[in-house]
Write a protein that binds this ligand. Structure first.
Ligand code: GLU
Length: 495
């Protein structure tokens, strides 16, 4: 499908960090725009001043760019349908609210918050459906004039039909019908002059010529209200696509915006910047999130960005809730890491290592890249694996260094013998190192495991490390020999 008239929007409210659920919504909009050759619009729904989070927008922009889901119109890039911040459009919403009042489709309501609270309380006591009782719907012009003269604060409410039905079509879910008796005279403009979500959202989707609305299923109950508003304004409604809820890994509850943490479980990541920091690849995140609610066929799981763009369509978006699996994401991420070229991987690792305050240099990281590639689930796994290579002196206590079977003397001898032999090697490459060290073990009374265990510990301070001979080659003769001698020295001092 190619349709340059497709215009979709991602319309977050800046109330917190950009999280997995929102990211899936953003991605589907982005993919649909890419697939159809349409436009992807970013609109900031920031009319609720009380819930504004100061870091939300920088976090959102950074995260979207990191993921590579660039927007065609919106903040920082502009476009001919702006402004793209709803807070800059307040006047516009007021004009439309006035227009609706003039047309007799909306009215000013002067009920105080206290009256509304008392009404709610009464409805609760009487076990009635909660909702506004429409008292101000029938005010006379004299009453209105008097309230205005008294300077009473008012909100603007839509005059909703009280009988009949409202219906609409959802692309995934088919026809949805609600009884108008269930709908309220909803507030369009609040007493501070700011619009509610419903009013601003409908006006903007119309003025920005949005063709398809892709958003989470939780917005479905708002749609009948929007239908009433579109009707009142005499506008056609964009196609409705409500994306399936994302379930937590247990499949029992909704994926929370906060930390995912079950009893005894490790803390789970949820914000995109956390995944970024931990060393998930944007390619893997994109591939993975695309599959939370969409499938190309029953088995294919790995898709390049271009393939996703080519294949993504609404026909294959599911309407049943989709569970989120961290294991699957981790697996996918390790597959993506393995597919990276060494230079690419080294560049990414360099950033992660430096963020962990290691004084890492590109050449050394590049040499380690192929040695550890297979072992990385996320990029930050590299920190534990190769941090030793970027610290000068590390203190290894004698207890971990001394191999039981070799004792203190044996371990010290092993370290000094190896240092001597390596120092004397004509060329310090992996094969020569291996040959020499295997020769030394053979001539000694010790087992390979113990011998090399001592060397590994002296070099890296770890029981598990990248392959030993390669590691020595990467560290270079001087560094290697020095580490071995220092460790031997440490054993002297410990005695
Ligand atoms: N501002 C709403 C949100 O935060 C937008 C919902 C919609 O897409 O209509 O998700």
């Amino acid at each position: 499908m190619t349709n340059a008239n497709v215009r979709v929007r991602f319309a977050p409210s800046p109330t917190g960090y950009f999280h997995l659920g929102s990211a899936r919504t953003a991605l589907y909009n982005w993919l649909f725009a890419q697939h159809t050759g349409g436009s992807f619009i970013l609109r900031i729904e920031d009319t609720d001043r009380t819930r504004h989070h100061p870091e939300a927008l920088p976090d959102l922009f950074d995260s979207l760019r990191w993921l590579g889901w660039f927007w065609d119109e919106g903040p920082e890039v502009g476009g001919s349908y702006g402004p793209y911040y709803q807070s800059d459009r307040a006047e516009l919403y007021r004009q439309y609210a006035d227009q609706l009042i003039q047309a007799g489709k909306a009215y000013r309501c002067y009920c105080t918050p206290e009256r509304l609270a008392a009404l709610r309380e009464e409805q609760r006591r009487e076990r009635q459906k909660p909702g506004y009782d429409r008292r101000c719907r029938h005010l006379t012009s004299a009453q209105i004039a008097q309230f205005e003269a008294e300077g009473l604060r008012s909100v603007v409410r839509l005059m909703a039909p009280t009988e009949g039905q409202t219906s609409f079509e959802d692309v995934l879910r088919g026809r949805i019908v609600v009884e108008n008796a269930e709908l309220d005279d909803m507030v369009l403009l609040k007493s501070d002059g700011y619009p509610t979500y419903h009013l601003a959202n409908v006006i903007d989707d119309h003025l920005m010529e949005i063709s398809h609305i892709l958003r989470g299923e939780e917005w479905l109950p708002s749609v009948p209200k929007h239908v009433l508003l579109y009707n009142a304004l005499g506008w056609p409604m964009p196609a409705q696509v409500h994306l399936p809820t994302i379930l937590d890994p247990s499949g029992k509850g909704k994926l929370s915006k906060r930390k995912q943490k079950g009893p005894g479980e490790a803390e789970r990541l949820t914000f995109i910047h956390e995944f970024r920091q931990a060393g998930y690849l944007p390619e893997a995140m994109t591939n993975f999130l695309a599959l939370v609610g969409w499938a190309y066929d029953a088995e294919t799981e790995l898709f390049t960005r271009d393939e996703l763009i080519r294949y993504f369509d609404l026909d294959h978006v599911s309407k049943s809730p989709a569970a989120f699996s961290y294991e699957k994401l981790d697996h996918m991420n390790s597959v993506y890491i393995r597919s990276l070229g060494d230079n690419d991987l080294a560049n990414r690792l360099l950033q992660v290592l430096r963020r962990a305050d290691l004084d890492a240099d590109y050449q050394r990281v590049l040499q380690f890249a192929p040695l550890i590639k297979e072992r990385l689930r996320i990029l930050s796994d590299a920190i534990d694996l190769i941090d030793f290579a970027f610290v000068d002196v590390h203190t290894i206590d004698a207890e971990t260094l001394v191999q039981k079977a070799m004792g203190v003397d044996g371990t010290r001898q092993t370290l000094t013998d190896s240092a001597e032999a390596l120092q004397a090697l004509p060329s310090f490459d992996e094969e020569a190192i291996e040959e020499t060290l295997r020769g030394l073990v053979g001539a000694s009374e010790y087992k390979i495991r113990d011998y090399f265990g001592a060397l590994r510990m002296a070099l890296t301070g770890k029981r598990v490390s990248p392959p030993l001979f390669e590691t020595m080659a990467v560290l270079g003769r001087q560094d290697t020999v020095q580490r071995l001698r220092r460790a031997a020295q440490a054993l002297n001092e410990a005695e």
